[in-house]
Design a protein around this ligand. Structure first.
Ligand code: AMP
Ligand code: ZN
Length: 490
């Protein structure tokens, strides 16, 4: 089963996955920048890595999954200069930067929970790791790859490139970069326009700033991920991931920083999730070409004629491979909604099949092998889904009396389809506890309490039965006892 191969962006090839420590996988994924609501594009990337996390767990690995929150220092337009959008938003809305960060972190968590993603093992914030970032910059300066200019610290790209290769992930040529770099205002401090900021000097009006050996300032965008990944995963770890738009400059700068710190540092597999597009263009916070999860789930938008559930959105994402571009459209969402329903109903029906002495027309062990083959081939979720449809197709033939299934095979098929559907793909099956509304949950809880109360009354334990009645009364729930039954009102 552990015959996994992954596409490594660093080498541009599919490679066998072998973690540094036999049973432990260490994985770092770049998290959101929390100055705006997460849009569906951001959600797609985090779901892609959620499935990777889930499958590694399913294969029996222990996984240390670190996903950060960028709450300072992500500069605009992928450049290393300009304003921090969190600070800009705080100024615009007259809020404390931490109010901005808190509001959008809550939104991020709520949406990922609705989309049934598992929380990472550690979720560190950039502002919580300023000390580590300052230490990292000091080491880079000491190793000769950083220089201080006018209260800011820059990474010396040309010097680094003399001993190592800068831009190896995005396969950019430094000469091309020299040619393409514009000399912007404020870049005069840099020795070369390709250099990037490790630390930026803050002017007196800047609100998010910290003391440092170079004066008051704030960290550059790329500094945080190197500092936090090294702190929690060390200088050698297995997987580093993020959206494909982070390859350059963010991830190439991270590689340069890690190597400037320690030549032996190594991240084995770089995984990049491709973009969600809307109207054929990348969904993006800054251009406004975006739709928010809430707008899709409530149908509160001008783009689609109806609402779609989080489960349908998740299924829609997983019907495409994580490395393919995916365009969001009503037609595609409708098709996913239909397909998901068919799959859910089909899996439920497997438990109701009439069994025979033997199985005909379907090799279940081979089918299971194909499911693993799909996921072992760089997490090929569309191929896994197509295998799940094959199982449903077969189950329908049994239902129609065209094929037969033994009791043992029925259990096996039900077990495996449910595991792939719920545990690996993270989809909710109809009737899953997670699908119960809060009202249903309340009613079920009250039924349990009433049963306990009736039992205590039968046992003449009036202290307990009265306590249950009185406590419920306090929160507005009245218990009515009649001769044969107990009902409640709220
Ligand atoms: P941000 O909050 O902008 O830093 O983005 C958070 C994550 O979402 C990063 O990994 C981005 O690469 C990813 N991302 C941004 N836009 C899209 C998109 N349109 N489709 C898929 N992923 C995206
Ligand atoms: Zn990052």
């Amino acid at each position: 089963m552990r015959n996994l191969s992954v596409f490594n962006s660093l080498t541009g090839k599919k490679e066998s996955f072998v973690p540094f420590n036999k049973d432990l996988v260490q994985m770092y994924v770049c998290g959101p920048t929390v100055y705006n609501y997460v849009h569906l594009g951001n959600c797609r990337t985090f779901i892609s890595f959620d499935v990777i996390y889930r499958y590694l767990l399913h294969l029996g690995y222990r996984v240390k999954y670190v996903r950060n929150i960028t709450d300072v220092g992500h500069l605009e337009n992928d450049s290393d200069d300009g304003d921090d959008p969190i600070v800009k938003k705080a100024q615009k809305e007259n809020l404390e930067p931490m109010e901005v960060v808190h509001k959008y972190t809550i939104d991020f968590h709520e949406n990922l929970r609705k989309l049934n993603t598992l929380p990472p093992s550690i979720e560190p914030t950039a502002t919580g790791h300023i000390v580590e970032q300052i230490e990292l910059i000091e080491k880079i300066i000491k190793n000769g790859f950083g220089y201080v200019r006018n209260g800011s610290v820059y990474f010396d790209v040309l010097k680094f490139n003399n001993t190592s290769k800068y831009g190896k992930l995005s396969r950019r040529n430094l000469d091309e970069l020299v040619h393409n770099s514009r000399t912007l205002d404020g870049q005069n401090d840099k020795l070369n326009p390709q250099d990037f900021a490790l630390w930026k000097k803050a002017d007196s009006k800047h609100i998010m700033k910290w003391n440092s050996p170079w004066g008051e300032g704030f960290p550059g965008w790329h500094t945080e991920c190197s500092a936090m990944s090294m702190k929690y995963l060390g200088n050698k770890f297995d997987i580093h991931g993020g959206g494909i738009d982070l390859k350059f400059p963010h991830h190439d700068c991270e590689i340069a920083q890690s190597e400037a710190l320690d030549q032996n540092s190594k991240i084995n597999y770089w995984l990049h999730a491709n973009m969600l597009t809307l109207n054929g263009k990348k969904m993006s916070k800054s251009t406004g070409n975006s739709i928010l999860p809430r707008e899709l789930f409530d149908g509160d938008n001008e783009i689609f004629s109806k609402s779609f559930s989080p489960n349908v959105l998740r299924f829609f994402f997983l019907q495409a491979h994580y490395r393919s571009i995916l365009d969001l459209s009503e037609e595609a969402l409708m098709a996913s909604e239909k397909g998901l329903k068919k799959l859910e109903v089909g899996i439920k029906k497997i438990s109701k099949l009439k069994t025979s002495k033997s199985t005909s027309g379907f090799d279940i062990l081979n089918w299971e092998k194909n499911c693993y083959k799909a996921m072992n081939d760089d997490f090929n979720t569309p191929s896994l889904i197509s295998n799940l449809f094959d199982a449903i197709h077969y189950s329908n033939s049994v239902l129609m009396g065209k094929e037969k299934i033994s009791k043992k095979d029925q259990n096996h098929l039900l077990n495996k389809t449910s595991i792939f559907f719920s545990e690996v793909l993270g989809l909710n099956l109809i009737g899953d506890k997670k699908n119960i509304s809060s009202n249903e949950l309340l009613e079920k809880t009250l039924d349990i309490l009433i049963k306990i109360r009736n039992k205590s009354r039968t046992n003449r334990d009036f202290e307990t039965s009265d306590k249950i009645r009185d406590e419920l009364n306090k929160i507005g729930i009245t218990i009515n006892d009649s001769e044969n039954s107990t009902t409640y009102e709220y």
